[in-house]
Each structure stands twice: as structure tokens, then as C-alpha cells.
Design a binder for this molecule. Structure first.
Ligand code: ADP
Length: 190
């Protein structure tokens, strides 16, 4: 199964992805996690994207697409994957479509987590306080930037995938278990 989880920062994509991984034996490809790992280990890519991440801006479409393309080719993705944090722009969605076609693969579903923006800020602030991981972008300024970038660049993907009849929407304001069971119901139909 090949899925995209779509939704703003704090919508619960990561939480749901972890559950889906356990339930379906597929891997989670979180571009945010991959980039943070690159920053932490000071790879060439990491050094290049460090400031971009800290400011809540997007790294280039070209860079992120090449990271994803290479990652999908690895053996553990053979049974499928969940894209979490990618694609984030129309250009990335186009590039993903092309690269999957070249690899002879197709997406099964795009699951949109719908959330209330006011509550998102609270959720992310709580996550920032409670998490052991210190994220350079979990401060008020970068948070607002990430939400603005989402609304400008990523939200248009809802229409994009809806026009391709592949979008499924779930109310992301429900409890983690309720959201998970809605997603399972949806996935049983694809
Ligand atoms: P969030 O919790 O805000 O959804 P992520 O953990 O998914 O954030 O990503 C953190 C940061 O990594 C983003 O703000 C951006 O700088 C970078 N990033 C992640 N995925 C992408 C992508 N697909 N395209 C460009 N930049 C990305």
C-alpha cells in the first residue's frame, strides 16, 4: 500500500503513520525526520538545510524529491510506504507522480487530516513542551511561518488530489483512536 498523509503541522500525521506502520507492515517516510537526522549528523545535506528548517521554510523541491526517490528504491519500501510531510508543493506532487510512474508504482490513497487551525497551535506548543526532542522550529515565529507555508503551498494539494479522485478526508480533531479507526475503514475500501 502506498499512501500520503496530508495535513498541517500538528494534525497528527506522525502519530497515525506509526500506527499504520504496525498495522500494515509498511514503512513511514517522514521527510521532516529525514532532514532533522541529516542536520543532527551534519551531513552535506544537513548543513545545507539547517537554517531553512529552523526558519520554518521549505527546502528545495529538487533536493527533497531526490531524497524521496532514492529512499523509495530501498528494499524496505517494496511492500509500500506512507509519505508523511511529502509532497508539500504542487511541483513535488507532479514530481512524485512522474517518479512513481517510472518505477511502475501507483498511489493507493491520499488521506487528509482535517483540523482546526486555532487548536493546532496549542497542540504544537504542547508537543514542544512535552517532547524530549528539541526542534529548532518549534518556536512561535517558525510555527506561524510553517502554518502560513502550509496554507500557501501545501493546502492546494487537497484540490489537486481530489481532482484525481484519490483524496479521502478524515476529521483529525477526534481522538487518536477514532481517527485511526476512520483511516482503517477508508483503507479497507482501496
Ligand atoms: P511539521 O511538523 O511542521 O509538519 P515536518 O517535520 O514535516 O514539519 O518538517 C519540518 C521541516 O522540514 C519543514 O518545515 C521544512 O523545512 C522541511 N521539509 C520537510 N518536508 C519537506 C518537503 N516535502 N519539502 C520541503 N521542505 C520540507
Amino acid at each position: 500500500m502506498r499512501l500520503i498523509l496530508l495535513g498541517p503541522p500538528g494534525a497528527g500525521k506522525g502519530t497515525q503513520a506509526v500506527r499504520l506502520v504496525a498495522a500494515h507492515g509498511i514503512v513511514q517516510l517522514s521527510t521532516g525526520d529525514m532532514l532533522r537526522a541529516a542536520v543532527a549528523s551534519e551531513t552535506e545535506v544537513g548543513l545545507r538545510v539547517k537554517d531553512v528548517l529552523a526558519h520554518g521554510e521549505l527546502v528545495s523541491d529538487e533536493l527533497i524529491c531526490s531524497i524521496i526517490s532514492d529512499r523509495i528504491d530501498q528494499a524496505d519500501c517494496a511492500k509500500g510506504f506512507i509519505l508523511d510531510g511529502f509532497p508539500r508543493t504542487i511541483a513535488q506532487a507532479d514530481a512524485l507522480g512522474e517518479l512513481l510512474e517510472k518505477k511502475g508504482q501507483r498511489l493507493d490513497a491520499v488521506v487528509q487530516l482535517k483540523v482546526d487551525e486555532g487548536i493546532l497551535l496549542e497542540r504544537i506548543e504542547t508537543r514542544a513542551r512535552e517532547s524530549a526532542e528539541i526542534r529548532s522550529d518549534d518556536n512561535a515565529e517558525s510555527l506561524n511561518k510553517r502554518l502560513a507555508v502550509y496554507n500557501e503551498q501545501t493546502a492546494p494539494l487537497i484540490k489537486y488530489y481530489s481532482e484525481r479522485n484519490i483524496l479521502m478526508s478524515v476529521d483529525g480533531m477526534k481522538s487518536v483512536d477514532e481517527v485511526a479507526s476512520k483511516i482503517d475503514t477508508i483503507l479497507s475500501t482501496v
